[in-house]
Design a protein around this ligand. Structure first.
Ligand code: UDP
Length: 326
C-alpha cells in the first residue's frame, strides 16, 4: 500500500483501529475528524505517535479536505453519520453528512491527482431485501421515505453511485466496501449498536433489552478482521472500481446474542423483550435477516475472520471495563 494515508473519521470506532494498524505497518497517517461520534479517547493508544497527524475538522470543509488529500497517497473515507438510532433522531444531519460530505471527499481526491479512495458503505444499502445472503449485485429495496430509517441506506447508496461515477468518468480509483455489523472495542451503544448496549446492560446488572421477538438474524464481525480486509482490498489493484461485502457469514439471532452476553458478562442478568415502537417510535421497520455473501471478498483477498462472537463479546466487555471509554 501507499505510504501516506488520510482517514476521514479516523477518530471513530473503525477509523481509529484502522489508523492503529496503518501506523503499525509504517505508514504516515492523517486523520480528519470532527469528534461528533468519534472521540479523542479512541486515539489514546496512538496519540503521541510521530507518524500520526490529527486534524480536527469536518468533511463539509472543502479547502481543508483538498489540503489533506494533497498530502496523502490514498484515502479511507470512513466519516459518516451511522447508527439506526442516530438516523431516526437526526435525519437531516444523516442525509447531509453522508451525501454532501462524501461528494466533497470524492472531489478532493479527484482534484489532488485522482487519489485512491476506499469508501466505507454499509449493508444497510440492501434495505429490506429478503435474500438469504446479500450479494453485491442484488437489487436495493428501500421502504417509504416517510420512514427515516431508510434515509441512511439511501444516502450511502447515493455515495456509491457517486463514487462509481467518478471512477467511470474520471478514472478515480475507488473501492467500495459494504460493512456488515462491525463490532468490537470503542464502539458505543449510544446510537443503537446492539453488542455494546447488551454488554453494558449486563455489566450494570440491568435487563438486557431485546427489541421485538429476538428472532432477527445478524452476522457480527470483529473490527480487527474488518480493518485487515480493508487494507488487503486497498492493496489489490484489481479491486478498483468494485464493490465488496465485508463481514463474515456466521449468523446468530439477537435472542441468542443476548444469552451469550449474559453467559459471558453476567449470569445474573435478565433478558427482557421490548417493542420496536417503544425503542424507535412508531412505524420502525427492522431487518429480519442480514447476512452477507462474501464469496467475492474471499476471491479477492486472503481473508479468514479470526474472531468469533465469544471473542467479540469478551473484547467489548474488557474495553467497557477499562478506563478507555469516552
Ligand atoms: N437491538 C436490540 N436491542 C438494542 C439494540 C438493537 O435488540 O438495544 C436489535 C435491533 O433491533 C436489530 C439488531 O439488534 O435487530 C441489530 O441492531 P444494530 O442497531 O446493532 O444493527 P442493525 O440493525 O443496523 O443491523
Amino acid at each position: 500500500m501507499m505510504e501516506k494515508v488520510l482517514i476521514t473519521g479516523g477518530a471513530g470506532f473503525i477509523g481509529s483501529h484502522l489508523a492503529e494498524k496503518l501506523l503499525g505497518e509504517g505508514k504516515e497517517v492523517f486523520i480528519l475528524d470532527n469528534f461528533s461520534t468519534g472521540s479523542r479517547v479512541n486515539l489514546e493508544p496512538i496519540k503521541d505517535h510521530p507518524r500520526l497527524h490529527v486534524k480536527p475538522g469536518d468533511i463539509s470543509d472543502k479547502p481543508l479536505l483538498v489540503e489533506l488529500a494533497g498530502k496523502a497517497d490514498m484515502i479511507f473515507h470512513m466519516a459518516a453519520a451511522v447508527g439506526v438510532k442516530l438516523i431516526v433522531e437526526k435525519p437531516v444531519n444523516t442525509i447531509e453528512t453522508n451525501i454532501i460530505g462524501t461528494e466533497n471527499v470524492l472531489k478532493a481526491a479527484s482534484e489532488t491527482g485522482n487519489k485512491k479512495l476506499v469508501l466505507a458503505s454499509t449493508s444497510e444499502v440492501y434495505g429490506k431485501g429478503t435474500e438469504k445472503k446479500f450479494h453485491e449485485e442484488d437489487d436495493l429495496i428501500f421502504g417509504s421515505t416517510t420512514h427515516s430509517r431508510w434515509s441512511y441506506g439511501c444516502s450511502k447508496a447515493i455515495d456509491e453511485f457517486l463514487a462509481l461515477a467518478y471512477h467511470r468518468s474520471q478514472g478515480l480509483p475507488v473501492i467500495i466496501v459494504r460493512l456488515f455489523n462491525t463490532v468490537g472495542p470503542r464502539q458505543v451503544g449510544d446510537y443503537g449498536m446492539v453488542v455494546p448496549r447488551f454488554v453494558q446492560q449486563a455489566i450494570n446488572g440491568d435487563p438486557i433489552c431485546v427489541y421485538g421477538d429476538g428472532k432477527q438474524v445478524r452476522c457480527f464481525t470483529h473490527v480487527n478482521d474488518v480493518v485487515n480486509a480493508l487494507c488487503l482490498l486497498a492493496d489489490n489493484e484489481e479491486c478498483v472500481g468494485q464493490i465488496f461485502n465485508v463481514g463474515n457469514d456466521d449468523p446468530v439471532t439477537i435472542k441468542k446474542l443476548a444469552e451469550k452476553v449474559r453467559k459471558i458478562v453476567n449470569p445474573n442478568a435478565t433478558i427482557k423483550h421490548i417493542s420496536y415502537q417503544k425503542a424507535y417510535g412508531a412505524g420502525f421497520e427492522d431487518i429480519r435477516v442480514r447476512r452477507p455473501d462474501i464469496s467475492k471478498l474471499l476471491k479477492a483477498i486472503e481473508y479468514t475472520p479470526k474472531a468469533g462472537l465469544n471473542d467479540i463479546i469478551q473484547d467489548v466487555k474488557d474495553h467497557l471495563l477499562s478506563d478507555l471509554t469516552p
